[in-house]
Design a protein around this ligand. Structure first.
Ligand SMILES: NC(=O)c1ccc[n+]([C@@H]2O[C@H](COP(=O)([O-])OP(=O)(O)OC[C@H]3O[C@@H](n4cnc5c(N)ncnc54)[C@H](O)[C@@H]3O)[C@@H](O)[C@H]2O)c1
Length: 250
């Protein structure tokens, strides 16, 4: 399938995990992509591997905490492709800590990346996406829907991403812009390989485990992002697509 032939996409978090899998998926289906991430070395290595396979993917190193850099990334995509059809906000960070041990800086860092970054990217991209009747896919999390202990900043940030997505979907529906969120459960990526509950944790991090007793692969999330970003999802906006192996159904 070449669902993204002629489409221009900007993806954040492209160097790793779900963002990398999404970059591969959209590029494999014909998209031209500005692949954005803060991890310069990893991004350049992964994008080079895609370019070597003939895909039209360009690396762009930036930090989503810097709203001027978000403006710059969108401007770069539009300068390179002449337009923007798809924005995928995938960059994010996770942390586990007892709530009362959190510092101001830790709370602010999670929100700066997971929420403010999505805000700044959407604000910069929406004028261009309105011109193409394009769409936005934001990666939230089941942690934004249910309570996860020792995970308050992340859970709160992902709930914000979820409702930011819904608010934008409603605000812009009549002008042809779609906005959707994906809510993964546990996905095997570098983010989750390093999870350790805080010392003296009395609760399991996930009280509700997937009845599949398994984890998603990044390409399984990328497939859902690709669906939402494609014209097949013409009637889908404001949705929260849960991909959690049944974790939140229990
Ligand atoms: N892995 C999971 O189980 C899971 C579950 C639900 C939601 N998510 C969400 O999916 C998204 C991707 O997670 P992942 O598991 O692929 O993680 P990952 O750590 O493999 O990838 C995250 C990417 O974001 C980039 N990034 C981090 N801070 C950045 C910044 N300030 N500016 C620009 N780029 C930055 C990192 O360099 C990295 O390449 C995140 O938003 C995460 O919260 C992950």
């Amino acid at each position: 399938m070449q669902r993204f032939e002629g489409k221009a996409a900007l993806i954040t978090g492209s160097a790793s995990g779900i963002g990398l899998a999404t970059t591969k998926r959209l590029a494999g289906e014909g998209a031209r992509i500005l692949a954005c991430d803060a991890n310069a070395d990893l991004l350049r290595k992964e994008v080079q591997a895609l370019a070597d396979q003939g895909f039209d993917v360009t690396p762009w190193v930036f930090d989503v905490r810097d709203s001027a850099a978000c403006d710059g990334a969108v401007a770069q995509a539009v300068a390179r492709f002449g337009k923007l059809d798809i924005l995928c906000n995938i960059a994010g960070v996770l942390m586990f800590k007892h709530f009362t041990d959190l510092t101001d800086e830790e709370w602010a860092r999670v929100f700066a990346i997971n929420v403010n970054g999505v805000f700044a990217m959407c604000r910069a991209a929406i004028p261009h996406l309105l011109a193409t009747r394009g769409n936005i896919v934001n990666i939230a999390s089941v942690a934004g829907m249910i309570g996860v202990p020792y995970n308050a900043p992340y859970s709160a940030s992902k709930a914000a991403v979820l409702n930011l997505s819904r608010a934008l979907a409603v605000e812009y529906a009549s002008r042809g812009l779609r906005v959707n969120a994906v809510c993964p459960g546990s996905v095997l990526t570098p983010m989750t390989s390093g999870i350790t509950p805080p010392a003296n944790a009395e609760l399991p991090v996930f009280a509700r485990l997937s009845p599949l007793i398994d984890h998603a692969r990044p390409d399984e999330i990328a497939g859902a992002v690709a669906y939402l970003a494609s014209d097949e999802a013409r009637f889908v906006t404001g949705s929260a697509l849960v991909i959690d192996g049944g974790q939140t159904a229990i």
